[in-house]
Design a protein around this ligand. Structure first.
Ligand SMILES: [Zn+2]
Length: 349
């Protein structure tokens, strides 16, 4: 079957790939739609970052090359002998996170950590065999396209939970890429009244405004911290660092009020130089967020099905699998108006 296979930096090939055998505990999913993630893009532009190339990833017992794609939804085609709760025809979203499963639910993500689609075969293809524990029912009225954005939306929902944000809070989001935009949507759904988006791209800031940001600051044009203090005199209650660079790391702490929370959501591609005295002086608390727990994944589906969380506005294009390099990865590298690009597999709604 045709698949987008990662071979190395700037080397994503559309090629024929065999589906490995279905295990008794797995579900075979006919993929309908799959989103391209920022981490896929990192691996395409600068990889390998986390992709195993020399030695097999211990959790997946696999190494590159393999099929990419970890944000996908589709229809159950077949179930393994020991699978309960799923049958052919069920519409499902896939939670791509794999762990050893030895820790309590909320800490599960810190117990090993591998991704279907980054550390073993994923969803940029016709079929994917995935553990039944990673498969979640998609209730009405959610479409299979909606299903493909559950995964990145769950990242934002987890970040909101880690932030301990509450009704009426003021929030700043540093970085208006796909996860920043989804964090804005999730913060609004969770009751933030003032949501300040910061980015260097006007196009991205316009998108942020469309999706719920109440204020937009171009960090290139002015002193972003000063601007934030003009909107929130004491500083914001919560800031989200979704850009992953040294200046925004400092700014997000500086812009937060004493005992407020700064949440690191981004993946820093390189170390930064920073003096912790900034925290001591400001009284800001820092926390981090990594992916999502299985219950956050389910809550994200429930919030979307209830209409309380509407992430669909982040989708900026739909493309064919054959075009994934040019219209997918290259477009995301070069065109700031792109946020979430979905690849059409079966294309079923
Ligand atoms: Zn992702």
């Amino acid at each position: 079957m045709k698949a987008a296979v990662w071979h190395g930096k700037k080397d994503m090939r559309i090629e024929d790939r065999e589906l490995r055998e279905l295990k008794d505990t797995e579900v075979k999913v006919k993929v309908a739609w799959a989103g391209i993630c920022g981490s896929d893009l990192h691996e395409y532009e600068h990889g390998p970052i986390t992709v195993p190339v020399e030695e097999k990833e211990p959790l997946t017992n696999d190494k590159a090359p393999f099929t990419f794609g970890h944000e996908f939804a589709g229809v159950v085609e077949e179930v393994g002998a020991n699978v309960k709760g799923f049958k052919p025809g069920d519409r499902v979203a896939v939670n791509p996170t794999l762990t050893y499963g030895n820790k309590p639910e909320g800490l599960d993500i810190y117990d090993g950590f591998a991704f279907i689609g980054l550390h073993t075969d994923g969803g940029f293809t016709e079929y994917a065999n995935v553990p039944a524990t990673n498969v979640f029912h998609l209730p009405e009225p959610l479409t299979l396209q909606d299903g493909a954005v559950v995964e990145p939306t769950a990242v934002a929902v987890q970040a909101i939970k880690e932030s301990e944000m509450s009704f009426g809070d003021t929030v700043a989001v540093f970085g208006a890429g796909p996860i920043g935009l989804l964090t804005i949507i999730a913060a609004k759904a969770a009751g933030a009244t003032t949501i300040i988006a910061l980015d260097l791209s006007e196009t991205r800031l316009e998108k942020a405004k469309d999706l719920g940001a109440t204020h937009c600051i171009n960090s290139g044009d002015s002193d972003p911290v000063k601007e934030i203090f003009e909107i929130a005199q004491e500083g914001v209650d919560v800031s989200f660092e979704v850009a992953g660079v040294e200046p925004t790391f400092r700014q997000s702490i500086e812009a937060t009020k004493p005992r407020g929370m700064m949440v690191i959501v981004s993946i820093f591609s390189k170390p930064i130089e920073w003096n912790p005295f900034q925290l001591t002086g400001k009284g800001v608390r820092i926390t981090s967020s990594a992916a999502y727990s299985p219950s956050t994944f389910q809550q994200t589906i429930d919030l979307m099905a209830a209409g309380q969380l509407k992430p669909q506005g982040v989708i900026t294009d739909q493309i064919e699998l054959d075009d994934i390099v040019e219209k997918g990865f290259e477009a995301l590298s070069n065109d700031k108006s792109q946020a979430k690009i979905l690849v059409e597999l079966s294309g079923e709604k």
